[in-house]
Design a protein around this ligand. Structure first.
Ligand code: AMP
Ligand code: GLY
Length: 421
């Protein structure tokens, strides 16, 4: 069978590489992909994620069995609806089901209606009303642009003034355009964050190992929020009882609610959770896999991923098996300056072999094709599996210290929270 993955980052590299491991899969295409993926035998196709009809034509003329959709903006643009209308199968939610991610206000409405634990909130389009709400609630308080904002539309404000300023930038200064024309202002939740993923078809769902991302750019959770600088799975200090509670109080009611709303869910449901003193609560839903979480979850899958997704698409029970020992951990290497302005064109170290995987995000061949150069904010990620978080760190950081990372940077403390606990 031949498969297509839509997207270009490390997440799509991990999805495509795992699919290619299946003995049933002859070829995996990634559109638009990045040049680094070709080092793993993946075929990149020069079609952008918003070119739905070109992607559909490609899938038809190449006999693609089904397409895996990676990024949120493609889902929000209705790519799955377009594929289905053309008679093609795609793994990802419809535009209406993906609204759980592309409108924070919609996600909140669903959570309130179906009694899913989350922060108390208000939604505003009027600045004066938003300001009055912030002043009444006090700080700390969280201000979020309603729509997709590349992970940058959330301000955790420590003072009332900061929160009012954030609301002003979104509602009056148009900082995030239409995405910020409406804001959700919510209660600050205190606790440890973790990510819980489920592969879903309607009311059937399959839970993946828990993961923990590191969103801040620099060591010690300092610096600006990024797409994610590293992650590990499973989260060793998270008791199974917390996962069981999250499944019962969050995953099940949301999926049942989406069916009642006439928006049955298919694809990956990503629950961004925070473990508060009152149990796990939702920070956000995403309608897709996480990046970098995918790169550390999928290497733990020991079953045939292509068969698993085929089964879920057909409404059958997938036979999923996972490594039951050890931890998988990965460190992202990014361009100096990321998540703000950064340079491109830095020569990258050679791809690792053996038990350290290199996943590429922003990588491009030089003109003569001899070198791989940086071509994005997050550039590549090293991932390994070992008995403990510490053993993973030792392996990865030893490898990174041997690599020439001039012009690039990475965090030195991925997973350290798990060691302290
Ligand atoms: P989001 O883009 O919604 O994942 O938010 C980005 C980050 O802001 C999260 O990873 C949290 O660290 C933080 N955050 C979002 N909402 C809250 C909240 N209600 N309480 C505390 N922290 C939050
Ligand atoms: N790792 C965070 C995200 O994918 O949204």
């Amino acid at each position: 069978m031949k498969l297509l993955v839509v997207g270009s980052g490390g997440r799509e590299h991990a999805i495509a590489r795992k699919l290619l491991e299946s003995p049933q899969v002859e070829q995996v295409f990634v559109a638009p992909g990045n040049d680094g993926m070709t080092l793993d035998g993946l075929e990149i196709v020069n079609i952008g994620i918003s070119e739905h009809s070109a992607l559909i034509d490609f899938a038809k003329s190449n006999d693609i069995a089904w397409t895996f959709i990676g990024p949120d903006d493609a889902l929000a643009a209705g790519i799955v609806d377009d594929f289905n209308q053309a008679g093609l199968k795609a793994f990802g939610p419809s535009k209406l089901a993906a609204e759980l991610e592309w409108s924070k206000d919609f996600a909140k409405e669903i959570m309130v209606k179906y009694d899913v634990p989350t922060a108390a909130y208000g939604t505003f389009t009027d600045f004066e009303e938003a300001k009055a709400y912030i002043e009444k609630q006090g700080a700390p308080i969280v201000v979020k642009a309603d729509g997709l904002a590349l992970g940058k539309g959330v301000v955790v404000a420590e003072t009332v003034e900061q929160a009012v300023e954030a609301a002003r930038e979104m509602l009056l200064d148009n900082k995030f355009g239409d995405s910020g024309a409406r804001v959700v202002i919510e209660e600050f939740l205190d606790g440890e964050e973790f990510s819980l993923f489920a592969l879903v078809n309607g009311d059937k769902f399959y839970i993946l190992p828990t993961a923990q991302d590191h969103k801040r750019a620099y060591d010690g959770d300092k610096g600006p929020n990024t797409g994610g600088m590293g992650a590990y799975a499973p989260v060793p200090h998270l008791p199974q009882s917390v996962v069981d509670t999250a499944v019962e109080t969050i995953v099940k009611p949301v999926l049942e609610g989406m069916i009642k709303e006439g928006r049955p869910y298919l694809g990956v449901l990503y629950c961004g959770l925070i473990l508060t003193a009152d149990g796990p609560k939702v920070i956000e839903f995403n309608a897709r896999f996480g990046d970098p979480e995918t790169q550390i979850i999928l290497p733990r899958l020991t079953s045939d991923f292509a068969q698993n997704i085929t089964d879920i698409l057909e409404g059958k029970e997938p036979h999923m098996t996972w490594l039951d020992k050890g931890v998988t951990l990965g460190v992202v290497v990014a361009s100096n300056g990321y998540p703000l302005a950064y340079d491109k064109g830095v020569e990258l170290p050679a791809k690792t072999d053996g038990d350290i995987i290199t996943y590429y995000a922003g990588a491009k061949f030089s003109e003569n094709g001899r070198a791989l150069l940086s071509n994005g904010g997050r550039v590549y990620m090293l991932v390994t599996t070992a008995d403990t978080v510490k053993a993973c760190q030792d392996k990865i950081y030893k490898e990174l210290s041997k690599q020439n990372t001039d012009g690039l940077f990475y965090r030195h403390d991925i997973g350290s929270k798990a060691i302290k606990v």
